[in-house]
Write a protein that binds this ligand. Sequence first.
Ligand SMILES: [Zn+2]
Length: 146
Amino acid sequence: MSELATDSTSPTPAKPQPVPSALTQPYWDAARRGQLVLQQCSACATIRHYPRLLCAHCHSADAHWTPASGRGHIHSWTVCHHVFHPGFAADVPYVLVTVDLQEGVRALGRWRGNKLAIGLPVRGCFEAMGDVAQLVFSPEPSQDNS
Ligand SMILES: [Zn+2]
């Protein structure tokens, strides 16, 4: 069965939703509360994103979740024009940014702003998307006055 099957009573197909696993459930739970959390190795303190079973630095399986600032700088972006799922047809074109977070990891999110520049200071927050919350970034407020 195709995952692109649509409900014939709905004119707009629903967007596919992330399916939390035991590994990622704490991230999605925090996201619904509007908080960005990152996995941190309990042995060597290395922060990692996306969640993984083992630390890439010391190979420890012990980890905990730590709050993150959500602040960082734009690493890159892409403007999405092609619809890979009909649920996103009304969204195109939209921008995805990769952001180097202050915590030293890179995160992907939707862009909510006009001005785009490599290195632009940004702040992340969460927006509801169905049963989950998605990470979105916008310029730091101080950048709006420049
Ligand atoms: Zn480690």
